[in-house]
Design a protein around this ligand. Structure first.
Ligand SMILES: [Zn+2]
Ligand SMILES: [Zn+2]
Length: 221
């Protein structure tokens, strides 16, 4: 179904006229469409990589492809202005219903598409308090942005903790019973506390604290 002719090029800016569309193409055009419930007439023929219907004609090897909705616009009596683009009022790229097509400037088309997106992809409204404009003029969902930043700081805290970079007083690196037992073993073997502290990448003070805490724990009945 999604066949795109290899030799053809999709012409979007060309001023396609009604007389340029061969009789054979006109005759089979509507056979490659299917009307759906919301009034869209969807193209069932070839689809280009951007999701638009594509239709081609011309001699083998020199055939050209055109966007199906542009062909439909012309078939319905519309005159394509090279400087304008065809806007899908229904936002359905496959739709070739001329009643759903309108010729607008490219800028207008983009603005319309943006206006129609009323919610972020997580369903939060892109309006009122929840809407923020980025420095580049992009609409940002405050809820999602806050979630992302919370996730980021949690991940960053977690990774700093894992690397043992957390300053004492905040979240200190935790040691397993095995690691604590190892510290004690080194002490009993006569390794200096300074050396052990450096091996475990902790301060002398912290090591002393860990060793005595562990002693206390072991001393409990
Ligand atoms: Zn439509
Ligand atoms: Zn959101």
């Amino acid at each position: 179904m999604a066949y795109e002719p290899k030799s053809g090029t999709v012409e979007t800016s060309i001023a396609l006229r009604l007389e340029d569309i061969p009789e054979a193409t006109r005759a089979r055009f509507w056979a490659k469409t299917c009307a759906n419930d919301n009034g869209c007439v969807e193209w069932t023929g070839a689809v280009n990589s951007r999701g638009y219907g594509s239709v081609g004609w011309g001699p083998r090897g020199q055939n050209k492809s055109y966007l199906a909705h542009r062909v439909s616009f012309v078939l319905a009596g519309g005159i394509l202005e090279p400087s304008l683009t065809i806007d899908h009022i229904c936002r359905n790229r496959l739709c070739v219903n001329a009643a759903h097509l309108e010729q607008v400037t490219g800028k207008e088309n983009i603005q319309r598409a943006a206006r129609l997106i009323t919610h972020c992809k997580h369903g939060h409204p892109l309006s009122g308090e929840n809407l923020r404009l980025s420095s580049r003029g992009k609409r940002v969902c405050r809820t999602c942005a806050a979630d992302r930043s919370a996730e980021w700081s949690a991940a960053s805290r977690e990774s700093r903790r894992a690397r043992g970079l957390m300053k004492s007083g905040r979240v200190a690196r935790q040691f397993t019973d095995e690691e604590l037992a190892e510290m004690h073993k080194f002490v009993s073997l006569g390794v200096s506390k300074a050396r052990i502290a450096s091996d475990f990448k902790i301060s002398f003070k912290r090591l002393t604290k860990l060793l005595s805490a562990n002693d206390n724990a072991e001393a409990k009945p």
